[in-house]
Design a protein around this ligand. Structure first.
Ligand SMILES: Nc1nc2c(ncn2[C@@H]2O[C@H](COP(=O)(O)OP(=O)(O)OP(=O)(O)O)[C@@H](O)[C@H]2O)c(=O)[nH]1
Ligand SMILES: [Mg+2]
Length: 395
């Protein structure tokens, strides 16, 4: 499979352990500021780099995890947010330490199923004992190595190369298991007042590209031309994909022998958590008076999505269930104030502007707590009674 994604690698550890120095050693460049003063790196610093033997990657330097005080805690929190975006963590330790800071970090790596390497740094000052090595390997590290500034970085590069999961390099195809070479795919995209000026929105562009990557043929039209398309041509598309908001109308026009789904359903499957959405969406039926529904709108700057999450879904869901439901919306990747178990249902946006890992991690607390989750497209399909048809392409 072609590699089309850059793995993200995060560097963590206590202040002054030599995180920034190590990044410079790995890249062979002076990227990060280094100093003997603890707390030199204050914000996560991302750098896109070609790493020998690994290829293009994004390295993320972070502030020391043991920073204290108000500002320190804010910095630490920012360092921890980086965990949601990376594919591999590098934990840097010195002086044979393995205390609560390292324990906490490792617990987080594990809960996010994040592979991690431990580097015992500054070995010129103090070398790692076999006991330390054993403790870290036993704690789940994929590899444990030692290093000191000025040594060859070959061993570290090869450790990174071995530890990055293959999924970090590849964007799986959206449609690869549904369409074949030469198939026609009909894309129904509204161009209304909500459409951005002069361009298409990201999910549409992604699908167009994916159809091309699969050697299939895109036919892109607005819903107003859909009837004319079927009247004037004998083309039989394999699949039609519509904007979720038009589901209702489109499903009445697209003949039932053509598979039909929504862009947001397709993206939901692509971004992960699809099984959880499939289990959670029918729970719309069990919503009752007084229930709270959490709406997670992860892409803050997107006014169309904002309107769907803030206005339309609450209205449709209230009308559909006839129940008195209260809706909470949380924008971006902000903290969710209330305990997740307060909610009867969580509805996640398509997450087109965030990564798969960010989205998976966003929903993990709800899924772990057994709170039903669904996403915009699947919930809309359910409410409009066309869920079954929209899911058929994936069965
Ligand atoms: N002796 C020795 N000193 C090192 C080594 N690596 C880094 N240093 C020194 O340790 C100090 C801290 O290095 P940094 O790279 O800034 O450490 P950091 O972990 O990024 O620190 P913060 O950004 O403050 O969290 C600097 O003075 C480095 O020159 C090493 O392998 N051996
Ligand atoms: Mg630093």
């Amino acid at each position: 499979m072609a590699r089309d994604k850059k793995p993200h690698i995060g560097f963590f550890g206590k202040r002054n352990n030599g995180k920034s120095t190590l990044i410079n050693c790995i890249t062979g460049q002076d990227i990060a500021i280094v100093s003997p003063i603890a707390g030199t790196t204050t914000d996560p610093v991302k750098k896109s780099m070609e790493i020998p033997g690994v290829g293009p990657a994004v390295l993320v330097d972070t502030a020391g995890i043991d920073d204290s005080g108000d500002l320190g805690l804010k910095r630490t929190a920012k360092s921890l947010r980086v965990l949601e975006q990376i594919d591999l963590a590098i934990l840097i330790v010195t002086s044979n330490t393995f205390d609560s800071w390292e324990h906490n970090l490792i617990d987080r790596f594990k809960s996010l199923e994040l592979p991690f390497i431990v580097i015992h740094n500054k070995r010129d000052i103090e070398a790692a004992t076999p006991a330390t090595r054993k403790k870290y390997i036993d704690s789940g590290a994929t590899l444990f190595l030692e290093y000191a500034q000025g040594e060859s970085n070959t061993e570290i590069l090869s450790a990174i190369q071995k530890s990055i999961p293959e999924t970090a390099y590849v964007n799986p195809s959206l449609l690869g298991d549904i369409i074949e070479q030469g198939d026609f795919v009909l894309l129904i995209t509204p161009i209304d007042t909500e459409a951005p000026e002069g361009r298409m929105i990201l999910p549409q562009v992604q699908v167009i590209r994916d159809v091309l990557d699969n050697h299939a043929i895109n036919i892109v039209l607005k819903e107003s031309e859909l009837e004319a398309f079927f009247q004037k041509t004998t083309i039989l598309p394999k699949l039609a994909i519509t904007d979720s908001q038009l589901f209702d109308k489109v499903s009445r026009i697209v003949p039932t022998n053509i598979l039909l789904t929504g862009f947001s359903v397709l993206l939901a499957r692509h971004k992960g958590n699809f099984e959880a959405y499939k289990a959670g969406t029918p729970k719309i039926e069990s919503l009752k008076d007084g229930d709270k529904v959490l709406i997670l709108e992860s892409c803050t700057h997107h006014t169309t999505c904002d309107d769907i999450g803030r206005v339309k879904i609450p209205r449709w869901l209230t009308n559909y269930t006839g129940k008195n439901i209260s809706f909470h919306m949380v924008s971006g990747l902000d903290n969710i104030e209330h305990p997740i178990t307060d909610y009867a249902l969580v509805i996640q946006c398509g997450g087109c502007m965030i990564t798969r890992r960010q989205l998976t991690n966003r929903l993990k607390p709800a899924i772990d707590a057994g709170v039903p989750v669904t996403n915009y497209g699947m919930a809309i399909a359910w409410i409009h009674g066309i869920y079954k048809r929209a899911m058929e392409p994936f069965e």
